[in-house]
Write a protein that binds this ligand. Structure first.
Ligand SMILES: Nc1ncnc2c1ncn2[C@@H]1O[C@H](COP(=O)(O)OP(=O)(O)OP(=O)(O)O)[C@@H](O)[C@H]1O
Length: 485
């Protein structure tokens, strides 16, 4: 009855592969055998096989680590795990990660055969189960089945079980952090920590000590030893968000760490071997920042080993219904009333451009879940929400997260002052803060006007001479004729 089905067989022991292939072949099954976990994953990813029979330990990784990813990718595929490691813990782990059957070695051939046959039988019955139920069992880390996202998943799958440095590009709210987390959670460092640091959310002068830690007394306010994010992330993944906002000194230090594989705390002498996978992210055009002299080219090449470009939501409108439904489900799980989107509502959502991407969609759907009185959300409710958001989207003060520029400055300053404890920071704070704001304001305006200073002055609403003075003072390189951002 199960004849014709294909078994993916993974075991690093060639003689076991031979014996099992013959036994499975005798009952009419096809066998695709491999000695490596990565090859097994490639077969799963390519859509091959109907059932997996796999050993746990393979030269290039632990098959159990692969199981959650296999279950996500091919939820219908039964996985039979064989292991010579007869501890109850291995069995628990195999079950936890969704194995269909756990067979401790040595086992009887007939047990394996009947297990394979039974799994194929069960698969037929389970195939009729509604997919929504399966999704509820295991929430997907990333929603979206569009072609654009398939490309992202393909690259992610290749990277899952490596330590390669990854650079995630994409507009704000496209899911860069989610990708970084998924790479961590389904990769070989899943058990280690995932540590995130956002360069745009930390005062520039604190970035180095935040990243690398500092010794007691390394600078004013360093009243005790501080553990940096590199140290916290040892054995895991460090997510460097908004890498384009990293100040030059910190860039130099990061480059050295990446080159040497070791890091030293600020004010420290001895270095520590780094055991951290780096995932960096940016919404900025780093090439433009390099051209402006604001980002080191050598660091760029170090970080951009494998680029993943996340599409803007408007480039994958087909994913909007799935995303919106998922956000409604989450809202319901958080205690809001159950809601369904009408066809018109979905069409309206699909037509919008979503400058704030998935985050903006998420916020809006949550608002609909909370405020719309009908269970079936009508198109007009979406239309009203979108109309109400228009002026807000155009306001310069609010970013996609809804955080105003003032709130961001306040956040930075509060942390900056707090870091000095009972002491005060060095004088000149007013000018330092204004400079921080002026620099991106002027550089980005010049980039937007392709270096045309007359237009930039007009856009800024300042005198041309004032602009020239500012450019000199702030040491902004002038590039003409090229649109930088
Ligand atoms: N593919 C997706 N599936 C489900 N939720 C998503 C997806 N992409 C993004 N989100 C949700 O959108 C919000 C923004 O995602 P995330 O923080 O990862 O974006 P980001 O690109 O890192 O944003 P920023 O650049 O502003 O930091 C989160 O709440 C996240 O859960």
């Amino acid at each position: 009855m199960s004849s014709g089905a294909t078994v993916l067989l993974a075991d690093d022991d060639r003689s076991i592969r031979t014996v099992l292939s013959q036994a499975l072949g005798r009952i009419g099954l096809r066998v695709r055998a491999t000695g490596s976990a990565s090859q097994l994953w490639r077969m799963v990813e390519a859509g091959e096989g109907d059932v997996i029979v796999t050993d746990v330990h393979m030269p290039d990784g632990d098959a159990l680590d692969l199981l959650p990813a296999i279950r996500k990718r091919r939820p219908e595929m039964p996985i039979i795990v064989m292991s010579a490691q007869n501890t109850v813990l291995t069995a628990i782990r195999a079950t936890e990660v969704g194995a269909y059957e756990y067979l401790p070695k040595p086992f009887e051939l007939k047990d394996l055969i009947s297990s394979v046959e039974k799994s194929l039988e069960d698969q037929k019955t389970r195939a009729t189960a509604p997919p929504a139920e399966r999704r509820e069992e295991q929430p997907l880390p990333l929603i979206g089945r569009s072609q654009a996202m398939q490309e992202v998943y393909r690259i992610m799958a290749r990277l899952m079980h490596t330590d390669l440095t990854v650079m995630v590009w994409g507009e704000s709210g496209t899911g860069k952090e989610l990708v970084a987390r998924a790479l961590h959670n389904f990769g070989k460092r899943a058990k280690g920590p995932f540590v995130a640091i956002n360069m745009a959310a930390i005062p520039r002068e604190l970035i180095e000590s935040d990243l690398f830690g500092h010794e007691k007394g390394a600078f004013t306010g360093a009243v005790e030893r501080g553990i940096g994010k590199f140290e916290q992330a040892q054995g895991g993944t460090l997510f460097l968000d908004e890498i384009g906002d990293m100040p030059p000194e910190a860039q130099t230090r990061l480059l050295r760490v990446l080159q040497e594989g070791e890091f030293t705390t600020v004010g420290g002498r001895s270095s520590r071997r780094m055991d951290v996978r780096i995932v960096a992210a940016t919404h900025q055009n780093l090439r433009a920042l390099i051209a402006e002299g604001r980002f080191r080219e050598d660091l760029y090449y170090r970080l951009n080993v494998v680029p993943i470009r996340l599409p803007a939501l408007r480039e994958r409108r087909d994913d909007i219904p799935d995303l919106a439904r998922d956000f409604l489900r989450r809202a319901e799980a958080e205690g809001l009333p159950r809601k369904t989107l009408s066809t018109e509502a979905i069409e309206m959502l699909k037509r919008h451009d979503w400058p704030g991407n998935v985050r903006e969609l998420e916020n809006m759907v949550k608002r609909l879940a909370a405020l719309c009185p009908d269970e079936l959300v009508p198109g007009e409710a979406v239309e009203e929400e979108l109309a109400a958001r228009e002026p807000e989207a155009r306001r310069i003060e609010a970013d996609a997260t809804g955080r105003t520029l003032g709130a961001a400055v306040e956040h930075h300053l509060t942390r900056y002052l707090a870091m000095h404890g009972d002491e005060l920071p060095p004088p000149g704070l007013y000018d330092r803060v204004l400079r921080e704001v002026e620099l991106p304001l002027i550089a980005l305006t010049l980039a937007a006007t392709r270096g045309n200073q007359v237009k930039a002055a007009e856009l800024l609403g300042i005198n041309r001479n004032t602009l020239r003075k500012k450019i000199r003072e702030l040491d902004i390189p002038v590039t003409r004729g090229k649109r930088l951002m």
